[in-house]
Design a protein around this ligand. Structure first.
Ligand SMILES: [Mn+2]
Length: 451
């Protein structure tokens, strides 16, 4: 980035909070509430049988207001009043929350502190129609919130809807999360090319390059070499370098910035054997297809139509590399492309890696894992992540099924040890007719090494 995001952040953040306050006022009026307490949450026990806790993942609705990772903090919104931030006074000498990265965020709040365990009535508005959003029901009850106002579904749904269209502040955070993740991808591909490293070592190299601890990452890194890349969420990393299966690498790894996530996947291959060459050709096909799909995204299009277009293009890719012997169109009609690409084309992205608000209607039955069924709108942020995989169970079903003769099984068997391919970018939808801003690929233009 040419401009330090931190200098841009403060004015954009202020504008974000001001706009959010106006939108909350409308939603609260709709829900019949006079105000809402949004609770950050409390750490969850790793097991009921011991006394260890997971690091806190703040309630996303709380992070929508403030990038603060602090157990038992709350934001209290009452239309017409400055948002109030309630922070517990820390008396524990066992642990302490991470400090705020940017203290200017506090300027947008009326900050009050309270003794741990109790919030004095004076710090809260009248309770009669005060809503509560958060995971700790116990906290809501302690605060005297009426049962019907604890996470009321209509209110939560309306607040989720407010998260679909990202503000300039949020887009800056998402871009920064992409920039950080790109550093990790660069480090990992360098390690992969050098060779002699395990999946675990590559994972650790990623954390080091992005200066993230494992719980800071938006989701558990997927670091998959060889056949492991056919396990869509491979996180049981190999611990020993094993050159026999290290000619291919799929890395699906992101970063967080102020709670906002990036989600980036790349696939690399090295070596000159038949399998590596065939796999390289397939990567090229998926890469070109992914760029074309990003290029056609436009306001007003249905995301599911884009997913269908992905299958049409995948049929062509499979035909062109010789994996299927029938036309691409037939490969789609016969369900063959869905055996090679069983997941959805992408999902909305924001404070959650699989963000809310874009999967309100069910996909068609042939697209069971599609997590975005929205009509594409300006300021939506989502991923485009087509792939091709050689998954044992799905290949076995295809091989024993009626369409077996349409597949070049010798070629499939050659490529299978390479596992699979996924190429994933994060997109911001621009105004109608203006296409998208690709938060991931814009880093390449600036000298990043993502492909
Ligand atoms: Mn993704």
């Amino acid at each position: 980035m040419n401009t330090d995001p931190k200098t841009l952040l403060a004015p954009l953040y202020r504008a974000h909070v001001t706009a959010l306050a106006a939108r909350y006022a409308a939603v609260l009026a709709m829900a019949g509430a006079d105000g809402v307490v949004i609770h950050a949450g409390t750490p969850k026990k790793r097991s009921e049988f011991d006394d260890q806790y997971f690091p806190l993942r703040p309630t996303p609705h709380f992070q929508h207001w403030i990038p603060l990772n602090e157990a038992d903090a709350s934001v209290v919104i009452v239309p017409g009043k400055l948002p109030r931030l309630l922070r517990p006074k820390v008396t524990s000498y066992w642990e302490r929350s991470a400090p705020l990265e940017a203290s200017f965020v506090l300027e947008s709040f009326d900050v009050a502190t309270f003794e741990e365990g109790t919030v004095p009535s004076t710090l809260l508005p009248p309770r009669a129609r005060l809503a509560f959003v958060g995971e700790s029901r116990e906290t809501a009850v302690k605060l005297g919130i009426d049962d019907a106002f604890i996470n009321p579904p209509a209110l939560v749904e309306a607040l989720d809807a407010l998260r679909v269209h990202k503000s300039d502040y949020e887009i800056l955070c998402l871009a920064e999360a992409n920039r950080i993740a790109a550093l990790g991808h660069d480090a990992v591909v360098a390690g992969f090319r050098a060779g002699g490293v395990s999946e675990l070592e590559l994972h650790l190299a990623y954390l080091k390059a992005t200066a993230q601890d494992d719980p800071d990452t938006p989701y558990k890194n997927i670091v998959a070499m060889g056949e492991n890349a056919s396990i869509l969420h491979h996180v049981s990393y190999g611990r020993r370098p094993n050159d026999a299966v290290t000619e291919s690498l799929l890395l699906d790894a992101g970063a967080s910035y102020n709670g906002y996530c990036s989600d980036i996947t790349r696939t690399w291959v090295k070596g000159t054997g038949a399998a590596a060459s065939a796999f390289a050709g397939l990567i090229e096909g998926v890469e070109a297809m992914q760029r074309r799909l990003c290029g056609v995204v436009t306001v007003g299009m249905g995301y599911e139509a884009l997913h269908d277009e992905c299958h049409r293009q995948l049929g062509e890719v499979l035909r062109s590399v010789g994996i299927v012997r029938i036309s691409g169109e037939e490969a789609v009609a016969k369900g063959i492309t869905r055996a090679f690409l069983p997941h959805g084309l992408g999902h909305s992205l924001g404070l959650q890696c699989h963000d809310v608000g874009c999967a309100l209607i069910k996909p068609r039955t042939e697209n069971p894992w599609l997590r975005n069924t929205s009509i594409i709108e300006e300021r939506q942020v989502f991923t485009i992540e087509p792939g091709v995989y050689f998954i044992d169970a799905l290949m076995a079903a295809l091989r024993s099924g009626g369409e077996s003769a349409s597949i070049d099984w010798a070629l499939v068997d050659t490529i299978t040890p390479m596992g699979g391919i996924r190429i994933e970018d994060d997109l911001v939808v621009k105004a109608k007719g203006a296409g998208v801003r690709n938060l991931t690929r814009e880093l390449i233009a600036e000298g990043g090494g993502l492909l």
